[in-house]
Write a protein that binds this ligand. Structure first.
Ligand SMILES: *Cc1c(COP(=O)(O)O)cnc(C)c1O
Length: 394
């Protein structure tokens, strides 16, 4: 009857539309920043991961352009073949210095860093215990590794202990994997307690600092520093694409760990080395993170102010739908709303007021929410407009 093996695609798209889960891209014109142009509209940007405003910093652009002039655009091969430059080692040493680790290894993205590290560190006889709210790349890594992957309840150390008690003995190696700053909630993992359990049960710990690096800690090293765990035996993963304003990912840790990954991480060995431009921009960003703590001071000032004023608004508001601010200790501030349709409508209403606030829906997260991310480079008027807009929408 004229059916083809691809008809299910259209049926799936119809179902996505019906469930308000259909997604599409929207182009930003011009440079990144606290204010952006999107499809002809000027929007105050509360939807980016560019926490320190470095993606449009001229010093990163100059470093990237200089690297292109020196090395060209592409790295032309995998790092073990023709793709390695001295610039990559400079970047890896700078990451290790920022993190207070022996060494680091740079991947082409944070996603690939998690995929490669987990797949290299564990296999079929092993166990991965992950926080149920972990980033998709941690889940993908566990799956690819072939290890037994079990989730523990979000931030629940007692449940993690229970899982270790039940499952640890039946496996060879064990890896506990967690975001340090949860990307869709903004809260922190209980790292000191996790490290203690890891010690007791002979487990490795991998912590994903994608939303921590550059933002947390006196040195901007990340949430590991903030939580007092620098120097503990740890596998730290992160990205160069959020606060560092570039592209790429990394693993930081002990000398044997990094050497092992250079020999065994498939998503590092079998992919083209990071481009010279991205590497140079990230290196410039690390120097700014270390040299300009005032950016973090500004960002944290914004976080405290917006949280306090939002809570005041929520206490006063007589809302027809229940709205809750999710517990957060980071520049990621989420307002949980009742349904996917409601969150999309709220985001559209905010957009009509010139405010770009992301609507995040299942299956990315268990419950629909407005996700606000703050930047060091937001001005007071931007924050005022955000709060006024939210007050109207709520
Ligand atoms: C963004 C993100 C990643 C992926 O990093 P990319 O460099 O964008 O691939 C990994 N983990 C977490 C927690 C993230 O938020």
């Amino acid at each position: 009857m004229g059916t083809t093996p691809y008809d299910w695609l259209n049926n799936s798209l119809v179902a996505l539309h019906r469930a308000h889960r259909y997604r599409e891209v929207q182009a930003v014109d011009g440079t990144a920043g606290a204010v952006v142009q999107r499809q002809g509209q000027t929007l105050i940007n509360f939807a980016s991961n560019d926490y320190l405003g470095l993606a449009s910093d001229p010093r990163l652009a100059e470093a990237a352009i200089a690297a292109i002039h020196t090395y060209g655009t592409g790295s032309t091969g995998s790092r073990l073949l023709s793709g390695h430059r001295e610039l990559h080692r400079q970047l890896e040493r700078a990451i290790a210095a920022l993190k207070g680790t022996d060494d680091a290894i740079v991947f082409s993205s944070g996603y690939l860093a998690n995929l490669g590290a987990i797949a290299a560190l564990v296999g079929t006889p092993d166990l991965v215990l992950g926080d149920e709210y972990n980033h998709s790349s941690l889940r993908a890594g566990s799956k690819v590794s072939g290890a037994t992957a079990i989730d523990y309840r979000h931030g629940d150390v007692a449940h993690l202990r229970e899982m270790l008690e039940i499952h640890r003995d039946r496996h060879r190696r064990c890896l506990i994997a967690t975001d340090s700053v949860f990307s869709m909630d903004g809260d922190l993992c209980p790292l000191p307690e996790i490290l203690e359990l890891a010690d007791t049960y002979d487990a490795m710990v991998l912590v994903d600092e994608a939303h921590g690096t550059g933002i947390f800690g006196a040195q901007g090293s990340g949430a590991v520093e903030h939580l007092g765990c620098t120097g503990r035996p740890l596998i730290t993963v992160g990205t160069l694409s959020k606060a560092l304003g570039s592209l790429g990912g990394y693993v930081a840790g002990s000398q044997p760990l990094i050497e092992f990954l250079r020999n065994r991480a498939p998503s590092w060995i079998y992919t083209t080395g990071l481009s010279p431009a991205d590497a140079a921009a990230a290196l410039a960003a690390i120097h700014i993170v270390q040299g300009e703590p005032q950016r973090r001071t500004a960002l944290w000032g914004h976080v405290r102010q917006v949280m306090a004023q939002l809570d005041a608004i929520l206490t006063q508001a007589e809302t027809s739908h229940p709205i809750r601010r999710l517990p957060s200790e980071s520049p990621i501030i989420c307002l949980e709303v009742s349904s996917a349709a409601t969150v999309v409508a709220a985001s559209e209403q905010l957009q009509s007021m010139g405010l770009w606030v992301a609507a995040v829906r299942p299956p990315t997260v268990p419950t629909s929410r407005l996700r606000i991310t703050l930047m060091a480079t937001h001005q007071q008027t931007h924050l005022d407009q955000l709060l006024a807009g939210l007050q109207r929408v709520l």
